[in-house]
Design a protein around this ligand. Sequence first.
Ligand SMILES: [Zn+2]
Length: 128
Amino acid sequence: MSDTTVMRPDLDQVYYRSLLKDEQERLVRIDKELADNSRQAKDSMEGFSESDDVPADIAAQASEREKDQQLSHNVQLTLNQIDFAMDRIDDGSYGICEMCGVEIPEERLERIPWVSTCVDCQTMLEEG
Ligand SMILES: [Zn+2]
């Protein structure tokens, strides 16, 4: 055991860690599928240049690939947040808003276990 001060002793840290772990495993799987898809799509684009009349189904695959890339980007971002949340469990600051320091309500953590800000700060961030 470490002497880390847990700032939210009311939270079941083991439970939240397992939520994070499940989500992490799910996202890693999705990420792998996306990577496989994009490799296949790339193969089928082989031999076509920008100016060529690309067959419609191939073009559709290309736009599909763009969507996949966006999705993959989002998956990566969430994976980073999950890593960060696990660090916060380790150092005892999990469940505390990293911007204003208030306790993040448990129902918010249940819904988005990797969240690191309260609703107010999140809204502020999104509105810029
Ligand atoms: Zn806050």
